[in-house]
Write a protein that binds this ligand. Structure first.
Ligand code: BGC
Ligand code: NOJ
Length: 818
């Protein structure tokens, strides 16, 4: 069952009924000002940091679902009894005709018709501005004229979303607003240390406003039936503490057939500390620098041109990689939606979505480095500065803060460090960046440790410390110690927590000299292979040799203690007992080491890689994707930690974690198995799953973190959409390994591994400033094996395209065969 469809031409997902199984959202904004918007206009806005600078309130976990948003009400002022509705369905949920929500790249448009009044609202954030535009167009389709009232509303958040949701004793007294010339200013705490405020305004003359929530709603009423809307008039209330809101009222006369547009702006503004007030010494906001911005964006021509600019920005991004294959689900995700999700993950890491509250988690070190693997070709300059930001939070030990706050860019002390895989991901992201751009100069950038001035070392040294961190922490089998956790945050082998509510990630009761991770061993080898290439390139031959030796040792350790007979083991616990072994009663086989070890090249020569992947196919693969492990843990294991806190089939306890599936796709592609790789790809491809939306329940245009596994009562149900490493890794798997267009340090490697029935495919790829038209021909219907490559009609040696030849555009033909 579907709740909408893909409009591939427009690059939009069109939702055709408002009551989707869960709110289906989109992200607005690409720079500093951001918003989350659902298909019924729910969601919230923030400046840079969803926790520290939140503009509007949102109530997670509430009923009705999706409470808080950018709500517009329309009221028929000619109707005998009060007749009002929400043209975006929420919050009144009046049945609408022709409801349609179009989520596009950086914008959302919601339209509907009710009793002959057609309404369309387009929400977007212009490039270069800290505000969002709600462009409302109303059309009177009745045979007679109508008098309408339009009410546009937001509920302000008192900036720090955590404090806003908890510190009521203070917050009920601090709220302040100002209303001047039809602009509502929210200025809570501006009187003291804040240099910022928000504003809400409109292109039309206001018939009235409200800024006090209960004055607008009426006591004990909800957003579904505001008394002021029912009455048809606002009371020009000024909030003193309590809950400041912005509500604007516009009256409108529309002739039969007439159409009118208006614009609402919700924005954020900062003033220099020494000129906050106007006149100086007063408590009135200085509006001098803001007023021209407001005037500018209220102009219809400016609204149009900033929308066109945003559209152009996205098209340019998408042009970096466009593919045409025989499979619509592949094309749609690669060409549009996977990129859209990559952008969200890059911007928000795991901080703000409908599943991530925006309060708890800043930018993840492991997460953001992995996100870069897919993102780097889109905006290399931004990827570069993200890498340097991440490296600046690294600790002198080579370890890493697990998270940092985007606003302060400082490591988050509450969560701390000790996730022993973290530092290695920095090596992978830097390697990916250099492979994409050829910018070796990044290695010479001076970067501090732990944000401490005076500790600068070049980025290359950070990478060396990352690598050394693993070698400094080896366990009894010569495998890396796991610390608090590795990729699997919930495999907490040193925690032994018995207190309810204790955080499994930050409470470490053992000093951890025994529990080891086979996963980190694989990751280390994968990273070390890049380090050898990097070190050789910059004439650090000695380091390159050290890494080669370290790989040999690590391989030996994995060979001796990491192989279980038919697959790679997962770990050793604090008692030195294996995890992910046939000898375990539960959790016998895990996906992570099978993926990472094969990706690191282990078992390729002796058949163990194939055997491991066959075990995955036999024991972990389901029609809904590949599970994390099997069997799921049926009860709580003190020595395993959070993994066993979830019921079997959910989250880290054996769900299909979409992040890890691409590792198996890549591994299968490395072994030349294109059909299998693409099959795994399709099983979790959101577009492919669109047809079972009633089971999947999350958005059909982006990956969710997890799909409930076979042991779960709700098998096949997705959760935690949008902010997941699944975006980057699926993108890497499909574009670099299945389609096989893979940046390497010295050029672009063409090594497709596709389903044999494909006749071929074509790709437009911008690589190091050159546009390549790549056409892959598969006349003999093989999966893999390049027999010839021609660049501009001339045969080249091998399958690595070095973009040396002059010219900005090249035709590249690739022939596969036996
Ligand atoms: C989640 C993980 C997350 C961890 C740390 C766990 O409950 O399942 O996905 O990484 O918490 O916040
Ligand atoms: C989500 C976390 O953000 C990520 O860092 C982790 O690897 C996975 N969960 C698995 O635990």
């Amino acid at each position: 069952m579907q709740f909408g469809y893909f409009d591939d031409e427009q690059r939009e997902y069109v939702i055709t009924r408002p009551d989707t199984p869960l709110p289906w959202i989109n992200y607005l904004g690409c720079e500093g000002f951001f918003g989350i918007i659902s298909n019924t206009a729910g969601g919230y806005s923030f400046y840079k940091d969803a926790r520290l600078r939140r503009l509007t309130r949102y109530r997670y976990n509430n009923a009705p679902l999706d409470t808080g948003g950018r709500y517009i009400y329309l009221r028929d002022d000619d109707a005998g009894s009060p007749n009002f509705w929400s043209p975006t369905w929420q919050p009144t949920r009046t049945p609408l005709q022709g409801y349609q929500c179009r989520h596009g790249m950086g914008y959302t448009t919601i339209q509907s018709t009710f009793s002959g009044i057609k309404a369309e609202t387009r929400y977007f954030i212009p490039l270069g501005a800290n505000l969002e535009i709600w462009q409302l167009t109303l059309a009177n389709q009745r045979p007679e004229a109508v008098n309408l009232s339009v009410f546009a509303t937001v509920e302000f958040c008192l900036w720090d979303a955590m404090d806003d949701a908890t510190n009521f004793q203070r917050n009920y007294s601090v709220g302040e607003v100002e209303v001047v010339d039809g602009v509502i200013y929210h200025k809570t705490e501006y009187r003291e240390r804040r240099d910022h405020f928000s504003f809400f305004t409109c292109s039309e003359r206001l018939a009235g406003f409200d800024t006090d929530r209960e004055a607008f709603l009426g006591a004990y009423r909800g957003w579904d039936s505001p008394a002021a809307v029912e009455r048809g008039a606002l009371s020009n209330s000024i909030a003193h503490g309590w809950q400041p809101i912005g509500a604007q009222h516009v009256r409108l006369h529309l002739e039969a057939g007439e159409q009118r547009s208006m614009v609402f702006l919700l924005g954020y503004h900062e003033n220099p500390l020494d000129s906050k007030f106007d006149p100086p010494g007063s408590q009135t906001i200085n509006k001098r620098s803001l007023t021209p911005i407001i005037q500018r964006y209220l102009q219809p021509t400016e609204v149009k041109s900033s929308f066109d600019q945003l559209h152009g920005y996205w098209l340019e991004l998408l042009e970096k990689f466009q593919v045409h294959t025989p499979d619509v689900h592949t094309d749609r995700m690669v060409n549009t939606w996977n990129v859209c999700q990559l952008m969200a993950a890059f911007n928000f890491s795991r901080s703000a979505s409908y599943f991530e509250s925006g309060i708890g988690r800043g930018m993840g070190f492991r997460d953001s480095n992995q996100d870069l693997l897919g993102f780097v070709h889109l905006l290399p300059a931004q990827a570069r500065s993200r890498i340097l930001d991440l490296a600046a939070t690294q600790l002198p030990t080579g370890g890493a803060y697990h998270q940092y706050q985007p606003l302060t860019r400082r490591g988050n002390n509450e969560v701390g460090s000790g996730f022993n895989d973290d530092p290695l991901w920095l090596v992978l992201s830097v390697a990916a960046y250099i492979k994409e751009t050829g910018d070796w100069g990044i290695l010479d950038e001076p970067v501090v440790y732990d944000n401490t001035p005076g500790t600068e070392e070049i980025l290359y040294e950070h990478l060396e410390r990352s690598m050394q961190y693993t070698l400094d922490r080896l366990g009894p089998h010569g495998l890396p110690l796991i610390g608090r956790a590795d990729w699997n945050d919930c495999l907490n082998l040193n925690c032994f927590s018995t207190s309810p509510g204790q955080s499994f990630q930050t409470t470490t009761n053992k000093d951890g000299k025994v529990a080891e991770s086979v996963f980190i061993a694989g990751l280390y080898i994968l990273a070390a292979r890049s380090m050898i290439q990097i070190a050789s390139m910059i004439a650090r031959e000695k380091s390159a040799r050290v890494y080669s030796q370290a790989i040999d040792q690590m391989e030996q350790a994995v060979g001796e203690a990491g192989w279980d007979g038919a697959w790679f083991r997962r770990a050793y616990d604090d008692f030195g007992e294996p995890v992910g072994s046939i000898t375990c009663s539960e959790g016998q086989i895990f996906i992570e080491p099978q993926g990472i070890c094969v990706m690191a090249g282990l078992g390729l020569a002796d058949g163990k890689a194939r055997q491991a992947l066959d075990s995955v196919a036999e024991r972990l693969a389901t029609p809904h994707g590949i599970q994390l492990h099997q069997p799921g843990y049926s009860h709580y294991y003190l020595n395993l930690g959070e993994i066993s806190s979830y019921p079997p089939g959910y989250k880290e306890n054996g769900s299909v974690f979409c992040h890890t599936n691409p590792w198996i796709m890549i591994a299968e592609a490395m072994l030349g198995n294109g059909a299998m790789a693409h099959d795994y790809y399709l099983n979790i491809n959101p577009s492919m799953r669109e047809q079972i939306s009633e089971v999947h329940r999350c958005e059909p245009y982006v990956y969710a973190q997890m799909i409930a596994g076979r042991e779960a009562p709700t098998y096949g149900e997705a959760k935690n959409s949008w902010l997941t490493g699944a975006a980057a890794w699926n993108y890497v798997a499909i574009t670099q390994w299945i389609l096989g267009i893979r940046p390497e340090f010295d050029g672009l490697l063409l090594d497709p591994c596709i389903p044999p029935e494909w006749d071929g495919f074509s790709v437009e790829r911008i690589f190091r400033g050159k546009l390549l038209h790549i056409c892959v021909h598969n006349p003999q219907h093989v999966s893999r094996g390049v027999t010839a490559v021609e660049v501009d009609g001339l045969k080249i040696e091998g399958n690595l395209v070095i973009c040396e030849p002059a010219g900005d555009e090249h035709q590249v033909d690739v022939w596969l065969g036996k």
